[in-house]
Design a binder for this molecule. Structure first.
Ligand code: PEP
Ligand code: MN
Length: 337
């Protein structure tokens, strides 16, 4: 249930509701907006059926939540969530670009890539140290050594690090090295993993599962938020369809739909969505026009030598041209990059 307080309500009115909810074994989640305070009752809200919440002092209205997700829903928190990553904001008026190789290959190559994307104004460097590969014989990433390369490049460039966590046993390692933890498409419904990242305060990029509906996607975000971590960024990265010309099919309508259903920031990964470097620019611009709060793009200085995802990795020059074009699209929709 969502309990909307009146603009002139007192602190004591809020405290009274919180006590009442806790007495009924419900958890109260308070969201203070610019205009109003909204209290969410978390738990089995059937116990509220007989309680006339609207007669409590300071309450304007009490609405049952019909959707299965609560904390992530826009009803629950009408204002956009802006995730703060060490002073850099994702979900505000500025669109953030996250760029880098699919996998961390060596310290030198990573640094070369980081320096090649920096002139475009990129402040987030991506790269996988633990890679979820379809084949057990493919390059699996350098593990902790790769995380150290990322941390070294952060030290040198000041860029923030985005990297994928696959196993709950590595959470302590990631807490130490990553600025944003990425949960990949294959793990969107790894509930143990979601619970673990929910228990820490690091920002999380949650990628949409290959075959996940929007509802399932939001339920996974709910898992993270239910543990207390509110720094969740959703990433649309294409879904599986019958089409084989592209690696996946970018669900562009997911962007405005998610922005409507949830207050969380929404970014798009055009690289994994299309899997082809020739299509990445067009879909990147479409994502910004559709309202995305950021892009996550694979870039490599020598895509032909990349250990993974070379065919979808942009060369630095093409990437810089693309970001220039994206800036114009962003301006057209009232945003900046
Ligand atoms: C990645 O970003 O490197 C990756 C593996 O993405 P996804 O989980 O979307 O396939
Ligand atoms: Mn990749």
């Amino acid at each position: 249930m969502i309990i909307v307080m009146r603009p002139d309500c007192q602190e004591e009115d809020v405290a009274r509701i919180v006590r009442r909810l806790e007495d009924m074994n419900l958890r109260a989640h308070i969201s203070k907006g610019e205009q109003r305070t909204i209290i969410g009752a978390i738990g089995d809200e059937r116990v509220l059926a007989e309680i006339p919440m609207e007669s409590f002092p300071g309450v304007e209205k009490a609405l049952p939540i019909l959707k299965p997700y609560k904390l992530v829903s826009r009803e629950f928190k009408p204002d956009n969530t802006v995730v703060n990553v060490d002073g850099l904001e994702i979900g505000g008026s500025q669109i953030q670009i996250i760029a880098g190789p699919c996998a961390v290959e060596s310290r030198e190559i990573l640094e070369e890539i980081a320096e090649s994307v920096e002139p475009a104004g990129v402040r987030f460097l991506r790269g996988g140290a633990f890679k979820p590969r379809t084949s057990p014989y493919a390059f699996q990433g350098w593990g902790e050594k790769g995380l150290k390369f990322l941390a070294g490049v952060r030290e040198k460039t000041g860029m923030k690090i985005v990297t994928e966590l696959m196993d709950p046993r590595d959470i302590v390692l990631f807490y130490k090295y990553a600025d944003i933890i990425q949960i990949g498409t294959r793990n969107m419904q790894n509930f143990r993993l979601l619970t673990e990242v929910g228990n820490i305060d690091k920002p999380v990029i949650l990628k949409r599962g290959l075959c996940a509906t929007i509802k399932e996607f939001l339920m996974s975000a709910e898992y993270i938020m239910a543990q207390g971590n509110e720094n969740v960024i959703l990433c649309e990265r294409g879904i599986r369809t019958f089409e084989t010309e592209t690696r996946n099919t970018l669900d562009i309508s997911a962007v405005p739909l998610l922005k409507k259903l949830t207050h969380l920031p929404v970014i798009v990964d055009p690289s994994h969505a299309v899997g082809r470097v020739d299509l990445v620019p067009a879909v990147s611009k479409a994502a910004i026009a559709a309202g995305a709060d950021g892009l996550l793009i694979e870039v490599h200085v020598r895509p032909e030598e990349a250990l993974s995802d070379g065919p979808q990795s942009l060369k630095p020059d093409d990437f810089i041209t693309l970001i220039d074009e994206c800036r114009r699209v962003a301006a057209a929709v009232g945003r900046s990059i």
